[in-house]
Design a protein around this ligand. Structure first.
Ligand code: NDP
Ligand code: HSE
Length: 437
């Protein structure tokens, strides 16, 4: 057995505490798999005195001096489970430049400035692994960055946020509104006290950027991702989706396309969308995650599992720790970031989508013709139109329109013009439709 591989653990919260527990429980197996034991050199936290329950670790290992710990000569691998942009970025750049290997679960940092970390890893010669940053326990990034490197990925479509999937699944199952379903998610511990990052789509957008970067060999950052959350999704939208044989999911979509001149580009977006109940992602319920990958030779692949939680996320972290430790012992590093394709990111307006639009309109002759005329002027073709009474007893009607595929900008302009029509009392809902309905 070789000399121990020494870890600096940055953070000992939900994920970090489980990393400590698993390192203890699995120590013999991990050592056998790596060829050397793993040892914790120190654990950096914000509050030394915080009650951490019965953690199987020497309390003397805790420190508030993260940078001092990282710089120690006896630290080989830095495991970052703190989160946020700073000081995590400075710590990890420092560690990587010094030749240490880094394992991180920090999707926000990778999406904000992953390039700085990859560059520092090349400079220092260590590894940068981040399997836990997207979809928790699901082995997904390794397949994208290794197993599928012989193929050409065309699209990645995923449910990558457990909190919003729990909320939308509850709305579908019970008919509850958004606020009620969020309350349930909070009571059950799925949603955080401040659920903004989840319900407004920031968390999913960070993950979308990481997935797109790996799938398309292109640096894609959070700012390149079109983002919409689920706060505007209503019980009526969910009921309308159900009536069409669909459900509503917060999707992350990263798609490659080629224009008439042969120029390839990518579009990366996060928004709620109707998908048919027959689509593999429709049956992903509760707080589970799933990612659907389409590649030229492999065809369709689906990755499914727990996307959050201390133990599932720690599983992915430890898988990375084993990989980077083996590399260090063998004196090798994994392949660097692959961003050679450098594809341009297409703006959302050019993305091809379908829409589901609900309108409150005056119930009188000529209304349908006027509404259809607006779609025609923007060259958006209608797929289905349903009409029902508004139920308010004021002579209005509800129109639910589903379009064929059109550029997102044309659909948005159509909705803008509809809003200005005297016969349209209100545009009550605008949602995209995905997944081959
Ligand atoms: P927590 O908030 O539970 O834990 C954060 C830890 O970081 C705490 O131990 C905290 O110290 C420590 N910390 C915070 N600021 C500092 C600082 N300035 N210096 C030293 N230590 C500090 O976060 P999670 O465990 O939930 O998440 C960690 C990372 O994993 C994040 O990047 C998150 O996005 C990612 N992730 C989390 C998942 C989950 O299900 N929770 C799933 C997938 C990824 P103290 O304990 O003293 O407060
Ligand atoms: N808040 C995230 C979720 C945690 O709900 O999926 C995992 O990144």
């Amino acid at each position: 057995m070789k000399q121990p591989v020494r870890l600096a653990l940055l953070g000992c919260g939900t994920v970090g505490a489980e990393v400590v527990r698993l390192l203890h429980e699995q120590s013999a197996d991990l050592a056998a798999r790596i060829g050397a034991p793993l040892e914790i050199a120190g654990i950096a936290v914000r509050r030394i005195g915080r009650d951490r329950g019965e953690l199987p670790v020497d309390p003397a290992l805790f420190t508030t001096d993260a940078l001092g710990l990282i710089k120690r000569d006896d630290v080989d691998v830095v495991v970052e489970v703190v989160g946020g942009i700073e000081p995590a970025r400075s710590w990890l750049v420092e560690a990587l430049r010094a030749g240490k290997s880094v394992v991180t679960a920090n999707k926000a940092l990778l999406a904000e400035d992953g390039g700085a970390l990859h560059d520092a890893a090349v400079e220092g010669g260590g590894d940068l692994y981040y399997e836990a940053s997207v979809a928790g326990a699901i082995p997904l990034l390794r397949p994208l960055r290794e197993s599928l490197h012989g193929d050409r990925i065309t699209q990645v479509t995923g449910i990558v946020n457990g909190t919003t999937n729990f909320i939308l699944s509850a709305m579908h199952a019970t008919g509850a509104g958004f606020a009620e379903a969020l309350e349930e998610a909070t009571a059950l511990g799925y949603a955080e006290a401040d659920p903004t990052a989840d319900v407004e789509g920031f968390d999913a957008a960070a993950k979308a950027a990481i997935l797109a970067s790996l799938a398309f060999h292109t640096r894609v950052g959070a700012a390149d991702v079109h983002r919409e959350g689920i706060t505007e999704v209503t019980a009526a939208d969910v009921a309308s989706a159900k009536a069409m044989g669909c459900t509503i999911k917060l999707l992350c979509i990263a798609a490659r396309s080629t224009d008439a001149q042969g120029q390839e580009s990518v579009n990366v977006r996060v928004h709620p969308a109707l998908i048919p109940l027959t689509h593999p992602l429709a049956s992903v319920g509760d707080a589970f995650n799933a990612v659907f990958v389409e590649a030229d030779a492999a065809g369709q692949l689906m990755f499914y599992g727990r996307g959050a939680g201390g133990a599932p996320t720690a599983s992915a972290v430890l898988g990375d720790v084993v990989a980077v430790s083996r590399n260090r012992l063998a004196g090798v590093r994994s392949a660097s970031e692959s961003s050679y394709a450098a594809l341009p990111v297409r703006p959302m307006g050019e993305a091809l989508t379908r829409y589901h639009i609900s309108l409150d309109v005056a119930d009188r002759p000529g209304v349908l013709e006027a509404v259809a005329g607006v779609f025609a002027r923007h060259e958006v073709s209608l797929a289905t139109v349903r009409q029902g009474p508004a139920g308010g007893g004021n002579g209005d009607a509800v129109l639910v329109i589903v379009t064929h595929v059109a550029p997102d900008a044309a659909l948005a302009a159509t909705v803008d013009e509809l809003r200005g029509l005297e016969i349209v009392r209100s545009v009550t809902s605008v949602l995209r439709v995905e997944g081959g309905f």
